[in-house]
Design a binder for this molecule. Structure first.
Ligand SMILES: Cc1ncc(COP(=O)(O)O)c(C=O)c1O
Length: 422
């Protein structure tokens, strides 16, 4: 296996997954909705859960549950081993040099807020610039906009090309406007599926003396990630989008930066010594994990990582790529469909579209009658919607358990929408 551009693994043709067989692992997919088999095409918002992950959590609760890093009794040690074992798995999943650099958070949003507050408040000042992109989810946009305002730093957006990709020609213009201190972009756009050139952006950010913050909420579930190859400084992701439970996510950060940073949340567990006069902070990762952690959720996160690794991230990427090509073809046949985003070879398994003259919510409603679940809305990407000149889009998104027949049902449902609305 070689490395592709942006540190992604090159997909091997001999690794195929059997989505039909894998569906047996997902009890929720076996049901009917509105009298039709459920076609769940909203995995970008959250992924469904395999039995193996659910059982790992149940077993942990039934046999090994206690608080972690607190008790000296055997059960507490077992719980701590389960929790720290999960951290090791998550660290290996993104090829982190050390598991101490992996902080468990509530989700990707909290991980990005952690960096914005704990790094940004101390290091940004007037004359500095924070550069995000027009393609950001609000989670990697609003915290930076807010911290820039609080510190007096400037806030800029890398614009999009007509094709829905970052316009890198604009980068050097920012350098003339101030001292660039932060570049923050996603690896994969949740709204358009665009795969962003993070390796290149990291190199550019470092040339400017800036840190590179990567929102991998949509990248981590779908393709192999190597933080060392990406060259970034921070990377955030959520377990619930990668077959894990809700309530837990992770931030990977470079040790040197994490060590210099002030804590984000304060309280129990994150301290070294507390006295009336002063409190000192614990070692990594504890400094950033105040209070009781999402313990069983972290164990579920580790089990989800095991599940994805057993299938193979390259096989998942290949499968989604085939689904995407199929979807672009089938949706292209529906009269009045406007498709957004780059060509199939530069995007993940996400299709955003609108139907001429029909509100996205109406489209999603008619599809729901057919048992087809897709998202309609701004996808927490209002700056992008503004750029596209729409209030909302429809979005279908795929995962390892999606089969082509579900995409065919989406296309047939859209033909029906066309008939209903004329
Ligand atoms: C690209 C991207 N970033 C960040 C997030 C936020 O993830 P969470 O809600 O799990 O914090 C999402 C969720 O949709 C996303 O798609």
């Amino acid at each position: 296996m070689g490395r592709g551009y942006d540190g992604f693994m090159v997909v091997r043709a001999d690794t195929k997954l059997d989505a039909r067989a894998l569906r047996a692992d997902f009890p929720i997919l076996a049901q009917e909705i509105n009298g039709k088999p459920l076609a769940y095409l909203d995995s970008a918002v959250t992924a469904q859960k395999p039995r193996q992950m659910l059982e790992a959590m149940a077993q942990f609760y039934e046999t090994s549950y206690a608080n972690v890093h607190r008790g000296v009794y055997a059960l507490a040690e077992r719980a701590t081993e389960g929790f720290e074992g999960a951290r090791e798995k998550v660290a290996r999943f993104v090829n982190a040099p050390s598991s101490r650099e992996v902080i468990f958070t509530r989700n990707a949003t909290e991980a990005l807020n952690l960096v914005a507050y704990a790094w940004g408040l101390t290091n940004l000042r007037p004359g500095d610039l924070v550069v995000v992109s027009e393609l950001e989810h609000h989670s990697n946009f609003v915290p930076w906009q807010y911290i820039a305002k609080r510190t007096g730093a400037g806030f800029r957006m890398i614009p999009l090309t007509e094709g829905g990709e970052l316009d890198l020609e604009t980068l050097d213009g920012f350098a003339a406007e101030g001292e660039i201190k932060v570049v923050a972009t996603n690896l994969v756009s949740n709204a358009l599926g665009t795969i962003n050139p993070v390796e290149r952006l990291s190199a550019w950010a470092h040339d400017q003396g800036a840190i590179m913050v990567v929102d991998a909420a949509q990248g981590a579930p779908h393709r192999a990630i190597d933080v060392q190859a990406l060259g970034c400084d921070f990377l955030a992701f959520s377990a619930h989008k990668m077959c894990g439970p809700s309530g837990v996510g992770a931030l990977w950060g470079r040790r040197g930066l994490l060590e210099q940073m002030e804590p984000f949340n304060l309280g129990g567990h994150m301290i070294k010594k507390v006295q009336f006069e002063e409190t000192t902070w614990g070692e990594l990762p504890h400094k950033f994990e105040a209070g009781t952690s999402p313990i069983a959720e972290a164990v579920g996160f580790g089990a989800a990582v095991d599940y994805l690794n057993a299938i193979g991230l390259d096989a998942i990427e290949q499968h989604e790529h085939e689904l995407l090509s199929h979807a672009l073809e089938r949706l292209g046949e529906v009269p009045g469909i406007l498709l957004y985003g780059p060509p199939a070879d530069r995007r993940a398994g996400i299709v955003s579209f609108n139907m001429d003259g029909v509100h996205p919510h109406d489209v999603a409603q008619v599809l729901d009658w057919e048992g087809v679940a897709i998202r309609a809305g701004h996808h927490c990407c209002q700056p992008l919607m503004q750029r596209l000149g729409v209030a909302a889009t429809n979005r279908a998104s795929f995962y390892l358990y999606t089969v082509p027949e579900e995409i065919d049902r989406l296309a047939e449902g859209l033909h029906r929408v066309r008939k209903v609305f004329g």
